[in-house]
Design a protein around this ligand. Sequence first.
Ligand SMILES: [Fe+2]
Length: 426
Amino acid sequence: MTSLTVPVLERDDALDWYRRNRKRSRSLFDMVRPSAYESRPIPLRHPPVFYEGHLPAFSFNKLVRETLGRPSINPDFERLFERGIDPTPGDPGAKATTERPGWPSRDEVQHFGSLCDDAVERALRTGELDVPGNPLLERGHAVWTILEHEPMHHETFAYILHRMPYANKVRPQNYQPPRDAEHPRLRRVEIPAGTATLGARRERVAFGWDNEFEETSVPVSAFECDVYPVTNREWMNFVRDGGPVPSFWIESDGAFKLLGAWEILPMLESAPVWVTNEQARAYASWCGRRLPTEAEYHRAAFGTPEGGERAFPWGDDPPRAEHGNFNWQSWDVAPAGAFPSGASAWGIFELIGNGWELTATPFAPFAGFRPHAVYPVYSADFFDGKHYVVKGASPVTPLAHIRRSFRNWYYADYPYLYSKFRTVAS
Ligand SMILES: [Fe+2]
């Protein structure tokens, strides 16, 4: 058997990562003005108070209490902040879970958070975290779970902050609004038939979420793919022909502008348009084309003309800032084509970064799926045919989630996601 080199997470690195996560959480919650702490800018999402309690509660519950079997520190809060998955639209229970008669004060939430942090840090320093044969601890499973969970919420909290009125939030001091650039020329490339490798083999990666396993080979027929994502200018033609207005566009003085996270931005014509899966599909059929499948995305992003596959579109080097608009380099979309070093082997731009890539593939498990040991409901609740896979990354997707097998999923009409698309044809 060939020896496999899978990176091991050292205690010091885990502690460091945990503290970096906590620091970012704190900075995000500090952007909310006290008067808006219990507000819900996205109706079916919880208010900021919930998320500020949920992040430390999840880490404590999963690693310290459930996995290592240590005692509770505050059973009421551990339950109150247990699960951050939001209610389904139209669910009659939705109001009950999001509209509590009274949330704890921010001081109480932060005090609880610091108790959780102490317990989690103690566990990271001295707990038995890597126990072969124990599914919760095999290869540090519980530790990876809490460390990748927190930055997921940083991203989804950014969507919530985005929808908060400007008066209710404090903008980051170093914020720089994006600038438009020359509009890219419409180009398409032919991708010959080949095989796409989706997912990963458990023993080949240090960690993955349940929906990333097992590795799956998918034959893909030849198709033609847009080199650039569809831009705001291109979408404007669709709107003039009766197409829907994206939720990131606002009409002011008879012209469309962009709803930026921190201010109203001029229309960035050269930037990808952020839309829903449903809207993107409408645009694609208006052009006589369609959205790529998840496997076609993989061919375009990771396949090569020589028949091989890469770890990333640009090759096997780990992601760096020049490869794309991700990892909090920016709060906003950037002009299409701004990251040429991130292009794939076929010369296709920004398959990772600048907005998730919408696909036509309903979110479903690969053969060999097993629910995540530490967090069994992570994916399983969403295999309902109503969620669609998105791939790649948005400007606020952390480096930790930038890997070939990572999958994300949303409702077809979820309007708050930073998601772009390109069209393909058979
Ligand atoms: Fe969560």
